[in-house]
Design a protein around this ligand. Structure first.
Ligand code: MN
Length: 237
């Protein structure tokens, strides 16, 4: 049986009603890596998170346009903060904690990387462009997401290094926020040239990796990114 990989979704409002939705590339990428993708709807009752996590083998916390609410890391919003969705934050914090509790691997993508950092007590830049000096390009709005955009440097002895087998990697970039203070349990394993944190990995045996880029949008044209999803799946016990 293929490992069942739960993918968090976003509650979208269209045509006067709510939809559970997520970019299809996650499902495609999980399939390419040999897993069976399974979408997790956003539920109000956080106690259901453990029920879902018990039934899947690993989870992916997906990306999205909603900034993590800054109150969850003890700040008030700056003007550059865009939209928030605290219900999504709470649900994904619950999924993450349930995954840790159950020993199930976690991949956090973009917003998902930020979510796992905040869940463990870390903080975020609400907007990298106004809160950091000498920032380079990270949000090419007119560019398709499958385009490799900037380089990152991977830490040796990291899970990412063993997945990609090299120190320098070109990735896409579609974010205006990033990890500021990593939670103590996380090790920074990739940075961009301007020093921004582009990936974190949790200390310990459990596979918990957060990447600031969007590997799901790269697997079709740049198959080495399938390796990240394969890494998640191979970590399933
Ligand atoms: Mn970036």
């Amino acid at each position: 049986m293929k490992p069942l990989i739960g993918i968090s979704t976003v509650l979208g409002f269209e045509m006067k009603r709510h939809f559970d939705k997520v970019c299809h590339y996650y499902a495609e990428s999980v399939d390419r890596a040999g897993g069976l993708p399974f979408l997790l709807p956003l539920m109000d009752d956080a106690s259901l998170a453990a029920e879902y996590v018990d039934r899947v083998d690993a989870i992916i916390l997906s990306g999205g346009n909603e900034d993590v609410a800054p109150c969850s890391y003890g700040e008030n919003p700056i003007r550059e903060l865009t939209s928030i969705a605290p219900e999504r934050d709470e649900w994904e914090f619950a999924l993450y904690r349930a995954a840790l509790e159950a020993g199930k691997p976690v991949l956090g993508v973009c917003r998902g990387c930020q979510v796992i950092n905040v869940a463990e007590g870390g903080s975020l830049y609400q907007d990298i462009f106004v809160q950091r000096e000498n920032i380079l390009g990270h949000l090419p709005l007119g560019t398709e997401m499958h385009q490799l955009y900037h380089s990152v440097t991977l830490e040796p002895d990291s899970r990412l290094f063993s997945i990609f087998g090299k120190e320098h990697l070109r990735v896409n970039s579609y974010h205006h926020q990033a990890v500021k203070e990593p939670a103590p349990v996380f090790r920074v394993t990739a940075r961009s040239e301007d020093g921004l944190i582009e990936a974190i990995e949790r200390e310990g045996d459990l596979f918990v990796v957060g990447v600031q880029w969007h590997p799901e949008a790269l697997t079709a044209r740049h198959p080495h990114f399938v390796g990240l999803f394969r890494g998640l799946i191979e970590a399933v016990s």
